[in-house]
Design a protein around this ligand. Structure first.
Ligand SMILES: CC(C)(COP(=O)(O)OP(=O)(O)OC[C@H]1O[C@@H](n2cnc3c(N)ncnc32)[C@H](O)[C@@H]1OP(=O)(O)O)[C@@H](O)C(=O)NCCC(=O)NCCS
Length: 199
């Protein structure tokens, strides 16, 4: 039976593997396991973070992550943990470090165009061998329950606009509607849903 549970620090290595499988070509995956470990650990340990894992027979098969109060950041303590990683990246992959800096700047600029919501779903993935079994839908519903539990009402997320019909249909079938579109190095779309529409 598939159950969705709150993720703990011990689940981070499985979430990192699931992320790498779900997003093999993404920029965050290209930064490597050390970065993803920091990224998900900072969400799991943040009071505003929501990180859930789907488990079947003791095996993690999917995850969803995000946060309430999306205007915030990981905080100074979280960012200081990134320093050793950034130093290593500066030596091994200086271009990647520059790209990472550019993404932080994009996010600050995009914050002005995005429609406000009181939570953000930042990543979701299910095991490639288990797609279409309802794991993604269960994860989004559990995420919405956590948002409701935190006393919040709306969820936003951004995804690729182009060549992403299946993922966009997935969100739309759950009740998400397009809030805005914007350009990075590619066109992105922001979706918003009220949790009542999802639950
Ligand atoms: C998006 C994702 C999390 C959906 O997970 P899932 O476990 O397959 O989701 P579900 O089984 O609950 O599917 C829900 C619906 O979406 C459809 N769907 C979801 N992903 C699909 C895909 N990649 N191809 C075709 N249909 C898909 C399912 O057919 C299903 O439709 P139905 O309810 O009408 O039968 C999964 O495809 C994934 O991990 N993708 C790679 C990572 C990604 O793109 N994440 C989102 C980025 S913002």
């Amino acid at each position: 039976m598939i159950v969705v549970e709150e993720a703990h620090e011990r689940d981070v290595p499985s979430i990192v593997s699931l992320h790498a499988e779900a997003f093999p070509d993404s920029f965050l995956t290209s930064l490597g396991g050390l970065f993803l470990d920091w990224y998900y650990r900072s969400i799991v340990s943040s009071p505003n973070g929501i990180c859930l894992v789907a488990i079947d027979g003791g095996i993690p098969i999917g995850f969803v992550a995000g946060r309430i109060e999306p205007g915030g950041n990981t905080g100074f303590a979280g960012l200081t943990k990134l320093v050793p990683f950034a130093a290593r990246l500066a030596v091994s992959h200086p271009i990647r470090l520059a790209q990472l800096g550019r993404r932080f700047l994009w996010q600050r600029r995009e914050a002005e165009t995005l429609v406000e919501a009181d939570s953000e779903l930042t990543s979701i993935g299910s095991s490639p061998q288990r797609r279409g079994e309802g794991i993604g839908r269960k994860l989004v519903k559990a995420f919405a329950s956590s948002v409701e539990h935190a006393g919040k009402r709306t969820i936003s997320l951004t995804t690729d606009f182009d060549q992403n019909d299946e993922v966009r249909s997935f969100y739309e079938s759950l009740g998400f509607v397009v809030a805005t579109r914007f350009d990075r190095d590619r066109t992105m779309v922001q979706y918003i849903a009220a949790i009542d529409q999802i639950l």
